[in-house]
Design a protein around this ligand. Sequence first.
Ligand code: ADP
Ligand code: MG
Length: 366
Amino acid sequence: MSGSGHKIKVVCRVRPFLKTETPDESVSVESDRVLRATNPRDSTKDTRFKQVSLGLQRFDACYGPTVGQDVIYKNDVRPLVETVFSGMSATVFCYGVTGAGKTHTIQGTEADPGIIPRALEQIFRHQARDAVDYDIRVSYFEIYKEAVFDLLKPREATAALPIREDASRRIFVAGLSEKKVASYEQFAGLYQRACGNRRTASTKLNNHSSRSHAILTVSVQWKDDISAGKMWRGKLHLIDLAGSEDNRRTENGRDRMAESSAINRSLFVLGQVVEALNTGATRIPYRDSKMTRILQDSLGGDSLGMMIVNVSPGEGFLQDTHNTLGFATRSREVVNKPVAHEVVEQRWTAADRLQHHRGAALPART
Ligand code: ADP
Ligand code: MG
């Protein structure tokens, strides 16, 4: 695999106006790469300047309100999911304020499925096509107020899970369940039940707003049939981030404020991690939040990444839209170096690795 840098792809999606909203022209998709938003400061202070000051933001792709789930999947997600079958990691995450369309994009509805069901369908289709015996497993967890909870277990049965580092310095969530899935239907049932375990609360902005980050990981592992004994693993992380809104607008109670500050902080750290990676800083503050620690391999590590920036149209969201786009510009420059993962544990004994640790070369074991 080449060691050349790959940027995290940044794609913008503007949702359509809802039936309850009055359409206006404050946000529009000008071309397939440019989003146009009026300047909120000018528009609130002086209506004469409303259409004069424009914010223009370039993306790898920019999708307007009429673009369907299938198009986004086919253009941007499908190629990424395919890399899992060459032993790589790939991550897709949705960033934006509550109500901007994150859950619609990553999860979707039964009538209009989003990235998660489409990705799993693709993985199982690939499995049916290949003669390889793929071991497909999923885990699903959320980070709520900086605590990690297993979503594959009933909500009342779960305590917060600790984050640990393994012998090869990979970060993992200790005690997180991982379920083997044999078919798409089996996955769909599991996923539906797991979604019911998410922590949701009512805020002024959205009745079922997500106040947690939800991370679905699909791991695909298989044995190399050319050199027997060699195991490969590809991983796909599909992430629905908590709302990035400025909580001064949501008029939250004290509990909701505590949630909001945890959310704002973790997204702020995510922004800082992104910025540190952009500028080639020697210290990347992954450890400053649970999410960035867990996402360490997916941001600037050895994984391919894509951020979907979800934007609500309408003047009422303009300040949020500008804040969201500011985050997107920073993430645009993150450089990832993709490498294929080999599961070394399957190839060498503990004694081999101890010798290796002391400086000896690992013996060839095929
Ligand atoms: P978020 O997860 O960012 O809070 P949602 O995904 O729940 O936002 O979207 C808010 C509302 O907008 C929902 O009613 C959803 O069905 C609708 N919506 C979002 N994006 C789209 C879209 N691309 N097409 C149609 N409806 C959408
Ligand atoms: Mg949501």
